[in-house]
Each structure stands twice: as C-alpha cells, then as structure tokens.
Design a protein around this ligand. Structure first.
Ligand SMILES: Cc1cc2nc3c(=O)[nH]c(=O)nc-3n(C[C@H](O)[C@H](O)[C@H](O)COP(=O)(O)OP(=O)(O)OC[C@H]3O[C@@H](n4cnc5c(N)ncnc54)[C@H](O)[C@@H]3O)c2cc1C
Ligand code: SF4
Ligand code: SF4
Length: 404
C-alpha cells in the first residue's frame, strides 16, 4: 500500500512547493533581478537556477550549444558561442517596435508556421507605458502588443505557472540574459516538448523608481518619453509622445545622480550578450539603423530562417580602437565627473567620427560595463566576487587599470 508521505516524496520538487508570496524578500536579496522564477513553484530550484546565487556559464553553454566558448578567440570571448553573425533590418519595419521589429516579426512567423504554440513576451500595463506585463501570446495581435522595450526589470518567468493545464507544448521564450539563465536551469522540468530562446543583449536595467530618476535627470521632458535607447552614435535617443526626438550625449550624463539608479542585479551582471539564448537580436554590433543578430546553434538558425527572406542583410564590420576611451571612462566614472553639456556634445561629435564602430563598439560597451560591474562586485560583495565573476569577464577586465 502506498502511503501519503510516499506519494508526496514521488512528486517533483516544484509540485511540492509554493511560489514565494509577492513582496517577500527573494533568495538573492538585493541582487535579485525580479526574473519571475520565484513567483512560480519552480522556486523549488532557485539555489541552482538563480544567476545571482549560482553562476554556471560554462555548464549552460555546454548543455545548450554543445560546447562552451573558446576564451582564446576574441569574438567568442566577447560574444559567446556562435555559428554566424550578421546585421539586418526588416524590409518593412514594424511601426512602434524598438528598432525595426525583427523580434516581433520572427515571433509572429513562429506562431503562424506552427513552430511553436505560444510566445513568452512582455506587454505593458494600461496605466503605465514602462510597467511590464509578461504573457504567453498565441496570436499575432498579442505579440505586436508586446513590441518595444519596457526598460525596467521584468518578471517574465512568472507566466510559467500558466503552462500547467494549458495545451502549450512548444514555446518560444523572448528574454534578457538573467531570465534566460534561470529558464535554462529549469527547462527540463517544464511540461514542454520543445523550447526556443530568442534573447536580447541587456545592460543597465532599472527598477521602475530608478527609471523615473534617470528620465528626470536626463531628459528635458521626462513625462512624455515613450521610448529610448543608448545608441551606437554615443547619444541617448529619446522619443516623445508628440513625435519629437531628443538627443543627449552619453558623455554629458549626470554621473553622480545616474550612478546609483541601476539595479544591483544589473551592476553585478556579466551576461550582456545573453550567452544561453539560441539566437540573440540587439543593435550594438551593427551600424546605425540596423540590428545585430548572433546565431548560436541550430535552433537559432531555425528561428532566423523564419524571417530571413524579409530581411535586408549586411555583413558585420568593425573599426576603431576602444581601449583608450574605455580607460578614460573608468577614471571619469570613478571620480563621478560630469562634463558641461557643450563639452559633452563636442566629445560626442569627435568620438562618433573617430571612435569604435560595429563590433568594436560592442566591445567598447562590454569593456565599459564589465569593468564597472567588476569594481562594483568587488567593493560590495568582497569574497563573493571571485566565484561570481565568470572567467570570460575576468579576462576582459584584466586589460584595464582599475582604481583600488
Ligand atoms: C531591457 C533591455 C535592454 C537592452 N539593452 C541592449 C543593449 O545594451 N544593447 C543591444 O544591442 N541591445 C539591447 N537590447 C535589445 C534592443 O534594444 C532591442 O530590443 C532588440 O534589438 C529588438 O528590437 P526589435 O525592434 O526587433 O524589438 P521589438 O519587435 O520591438 O520587440 C521587443 C521585444 O522585447 C521584449 N521585451 C520588452 N521589454 C522587455 C524586458 N524588460 N525584458 C525582457 N523582454 C522584454 C518584448 O516582449 C518584445 O517581444 C535591450 C533590450 C531590453 C529589453
Ligand atoms: S533573480 Fe529570479 S531566481 Fe533569483 S531570486 Fe530573483 S526572482 Fe528568484
Ligand atoms: S542587466 Fe543583466 S541582470 Fe539586469 S535585467 Fe539585464 S540581463 Fe538581467
């Protein structure tokens, strides 16, 4: 005869666990990026799955791509395991998308062709343009309603609870690096037959309150901003609800104010290029107006083929030398220097013309963020730093002179 305790013991850990109550301190405490995992029963695996409790890039890459990145090849050291890289834009861009809308178009094709039953993506709340509302989308309209970045931490994985009892067996997951890492760690315990991950690079994310401080300290009209991006021309491009654009040079940021707005999770994150995704779509390795695509494995290739005939494609390029600019940035950041706006515009103008472009711009951005984040982790988490900072990031950071 089977006893009740035997039955309970037979259950999978997530069937014996409840989601954490909303508002409760998460296991990663102040480092939590609110990825949503702990809002589901899959919190049962949090010790192994949370990227802020347990870094496992090598094991993840090995399992997902069949090998981990080769640290002796500069392109893999920076951009992770990949099969091919290209830049592209949709021949017919989607109005209102973050860039040309390749992510949304590809997702729609994945549903229309039957590759997947649903797409995990993020819509916005009716009251607030920047408050994320994750969903499992099943129609083109639902996917289109999720277009454009919600530039705040987003609990994407909370919707995994809805898989149980649904008829979703094949899922396309859209997400940033921390969400991908947590998802990969529990993927095999989900009631799914097939999974594809379309990732985006991500850096410097903020809580909703942090976003408010950023907009107020950077834009002339913070309340009308509907969309913004840190672009390859070294300007932040704000788009306002009245159709106007506003450009603010990176070098003119109010460093003392902006320094503290980024979420601690993002100040300790080294997964800028989304190492565990099958296909990654960003912009920073492409020339202005194009998107940057990194195909990591055969599933990523399958995803790209859905949309390839609709793309205008160009090869990736690289020019300039980032090292001096990165070193100057480290020193300026450390001393919280703010340039007057006229000087920031002149510096921006010069850097745009003679500064790093294409893949070299990506390396500039990765170097700048990894050095800042390594410093932050060393200063705030002492002995945790050695284990937390992945090997590839240590190698990248070692090229620079860091303040003590
Ligand atoms: C927070 C964030 C930071 C980014 N930072 C960089 C960067 O530094 N460098 C770079 O090259 N690229 C970055 N990207 C990716 C880039 O900005 C574009 O999102 C990408 O190129 C796709 O553009 P698109 O026009 O095809 O997207 P769209 O077709 O507009 O689709 C955007 C997709 O993003 C998803 N999404 C929106 N907000 C979030 C969120 N908070 N978390 C997870 N998913 C979300 C939506 O579900 C939607 O499917 C970032 C993206 C995000 C969300
Ligand atoms: S980052 Fe995700 S997995 Fe880690 S504590 Fe926060 S919600 Fe949980
Ligand atoms: S910067 Fe890293 S931790 Fe922060 S939201 Fe992006 S992927 Fe997650």
């Amino acid at each position: 005869m089977t006893t009740l305790s035997n039955n309970v013991a037979d259950l999978a850990p997530h069937d014996r666990t409840r989601p954490l109550k909303k508002g409760k301190v998460k296991p990663a405490r102040d480092l939590c990026s609110e990825c949503g995992l702990c809002d589901t029963r899959w919190v049962a695996y949090v010790k192994q799955a949370c990227p802020f409790l347990h870094q496992q890039f090598e094991a993840m890459e090995l399992e997902v791509h069949g090998r981990s990145r080769n640290l002796d090849l500069e392109e893999e050291l920076y951009f992770g395991v990949y099969q091919r890289m290209l830049t592209a834009r949709l021949k017919q861009p989607i109005i209102g998308a973050q860039w040309t809308g390749i992510v949304s178009r590809l997702s729609i094709k994945a549903i229309e062709t039957g590759l997947v039953d649903a797409v995990l993506c993020v819509q916005q709340s009716e009251e607030d343009r920047f408050t994320p509302v994750p969903i499992l989308a099943r129609t083109a309209d639902e996917i289109l309603a999720a277009r454009v970045n919600k530039a705040t931490l987003s609990p994407n994985l909370e919707v995994l609870e809805q898989l149980s009892g649904s008829n979703i067996k094949r899922l396309l997951v859209i997400g940033v690096g921390c969400q991908t890492q947590a998802f990969r760690a529990i993927q095999n315990t989900l009631p799914l037959d097939a999974v594809y991950i379309l990732g985006m690079p991500c850096v410097d994310n903020v809580s909703r309150a942090g976003l408010e401080t950023f907009l107020k300290s950077t834009s002339k009209s913070p309340d009308t901003v509907i969309h913004y991006e840190f672009m390859q021309d070294f300007y932040i491009h704000f788009h306002h609800s009245n159709g106007k654009s506003e450009l603010v040079p990176f070098f003119g940021l109010d460093t003392p104010k902006v320094k503290d707005i980024f979420a601690p999770s993002c100040l300790s994150c080294f997964d800028y290029v989304n190492a565990g995704a099958d296909l990654v779509i960003g912009y920073m390795g492409a020339k202005f107006g194009y998107q940057w695509l990194t195909v990591r494995n055969s599933r990523g290739e399958q995803l790209l083929q859905l949309v390839e005939p609709e793309l205008e494609i160009q090869p990736v390029t690289s020019s300039g030398n980032r090292h001096a600019a990165v070193q100057q940035g480290i020193d300026a950041y450390n001393q919280s220097i703010r340039l007057p706006s006229w000087m920031a515009s002149i510096v921006g103008w010069f850097v745009q013309r003679i500064g790093p472009q294409g893949l070299e711009y990506s390396r500039f951005s990765i170097d700048s963020h990894f050095t800042r984040n390594a410093l932050w982790v060393w200063r705030h988490h002492g002995e945790k730093a050695e284990k937390h900072i992945p090997l590839f990031a240590k190698k990248i950071v070692s090229q620079y002179r860091l303040p003590s």
